[in-house]
Design a protein around this ligand. Structure first.
Ligand code: SAM
Length: 235
């Protein structure tokens, strides 16, 4: 179940119903907390880094007859649990599994600063915990060369601080330093902060694990304080 970016206003009615009707809700602790007011059954707060164990536990509980909501932030299919669950589901044949979509961080972040995803765009995670950095760097370079807007997920954490400057350096080989860049933290939550800066001026110190960084393409501009990538209708 994708809970959306955080606040109840951006959670879909289908996600709300799935959590309400679950006999067990399982997820990384802070995500279980996001849905706390909806939980009527048992809540299992699972530690970070235990994603495979969590997926298998959710499947085993469902196989034992529970109605399980495995919750995550944003959309469950975007750098989250849905693919992992479906990979392990082959070990539990016959289970009834639904993927409940949610508003992913790129969309919530984009809406907070304007309309930067108005034309072709891509998403890249800068986490090299499961993907080797050369693979990530090659994808950043391909997107840079293709002149697409890119949303950078997992841009920076306390133990992973060089990947964002490295990705921005690759993008800078193809794009002007004036290219608009949005830095959005806690999108869709009361603690939201936004800044529209430029490729030449991004301060990685303003970015953490709750931030989405959206780098514009050659047509992206700032209009009246909003970041906009035109579709092309207005000459
Ligand atoms: C493991 S990914 C999970 C993505 C999530 N499934 C989604 O669809 O948004 C975690 C990353 O998503 C981004 N993110 C998640 N929630 C966010 C929010 N409310 N505001 C900004 N970025 C967010 C951050 O880049 C964070 O490091």
């Amino acid at each position: 179940v994708g809970l959306g970016p955080g606040g109840a206003a951006h959670r879909t009615p289908a996600a709300t119903a799935a959590v309400r009707h679950a006999t067990t809700v399982i997820g990384y602790g802070p995500y279980v907390d996001l849905a706390a007011e909806l939980i009527r059954g048992r809540a299992i707060r699972s530690p970070i880094g235990q994603e495979a164990t969590r997926a298998k536990e959710a499947l085993a509980l469902a196989a034992a007859g529970e109605r399980v909501a495995l919750v995550c932030s944003g959309d469950p299919g975007v750098y989250a649990m849905a693919s992992l669950v479906l990979e392990h589901a082959v070990e539990f044949p016959g289970l009834d599994i639904s993927i409940i979509p949610g508003v992913t961080a790129a969309l919530a972040g984009a809406a907070a600063v304007g309309a930067p995803l108005g034309h072709d765009h891509a998403a890249i995670s800068l986490s090299d915990l499961l993907t080797p950095w050369p693979t990530i760097a090659a994808r950043v370079e391909a997107v840079a060369a293709a002149d697409m807007v890119v949303s950078l997920y997992n841009p920076r954490s306390s133990g992973r601080d060089w990947q964002l400057p490295a990705a921005l350096e690759i993008l800078s080989r193809y794009r002007s330093p004036a290219t608009p860049v949005a830095v959005v933290t806690h999108a869709g939550r009361p603690s939201l902060t936004t800044s529209i800066t430029s490729l030449g001026a991004v301060d990685p110190g303003t970015v953490d694990m709750s931030t989405i960084v959206i780098v514009g393409c050659s047509t992206t501009r700032t209009l009246d304080g909003r970041m906009v990538t035109p579709r092309g209708y207005v000459p």
